[in-house]
Design a protein around this ligand. Structure first.
Ligand code: URA
Length: 196
């Protein structure tokens, strides 16, 4: 099966899901957000969960946080279409609340499969939920700490026998309201650029 076919199979499975978040799609005319970008991306960005704009369009990071993510990518000369952008949770939590542990557990296997198919060299996590999930999942639990300490650090690990670098980053939504986080994110994107 081609990568595109394998990713489409994941999409079909998520579309068919039933559950607390999936069942809310009907109410707000929301769609699941699987992810977008190159299926051969060297960098995969992983956020938390879709917000309202994302769930309405079915595309990740298209709201204000997404515009800032686009600026960050442009700032270091990385094209959005060359990376892959997704989230741990594929459906919008009501009122944009934080994803709950059982929701992360429910959706994370789809993310794991996406990573296995795309085989990125770099996993860039956006925000602490994504950092915690990925570091626990890929053998970096002993390195975990506050995002204020770990952001911009490059961790080496393996995914299915292949070397992968994990780089925790602040969530761009946090940076919208905090000028110093904005600057830190810009600096951390320069580190990302050196890895590909
Ligand atoms: N925040 C996220 O974590 N993901 C999105 O897709 C949009 C906003």
């Amino acid at each position: 099966m081609s990568k595109t076919d394998e990713l489409r199979k994941i999409k079909d499975e998520v579309v068919a899901m039933k559950g607390r978040l999936a069942d809310m799609r009907r109410e707000g005319k929301y769609f699941p957000v699987l992810g977008e970008g190159s299926h051969d991306a060297e960098i995969i960005f992983i956020g938390e969960a879709p917000g309202e704009n994302e769930a309405k369009t079915g595309r990740p990071f298209v709201g204000r946080a997404g515009q800032f993510l686009n600026e960050l990518l442009e700032g270091v000369g990385i094209k959005r279409e060359d990376v892959y952008i997704t989230n741990i949770v594929k459906d919008r939590p009501p009122k944009n609340r934080d994803p709950q542990p059982d929701e992360i557990a429910e959706y994370a296997p789809y993310l794991d499969r996406q990573i296995g198919i795309i085989k990125p060299k770099v996993i860039a996590t956006l925000g602490r939920f994504s950092m915690q999930y990925i570091m626990n999942r890929y053998g970096l639990d002993f390195e975990l700490g506050p995002i204020s300490k770990l952001h911009g650090t490059v961790f080496d690990t393996e995914v299915e026998g292949q070397s992968v670098k994990v780089v925790p980053l602040y969530h761009p939504a946090v940076a919208l309201y905090n000028g110093s986080t904005r600057e830190l994110l810009k600096e951390d994107f320069k580190i990302l650029k050196t890895l590909v």
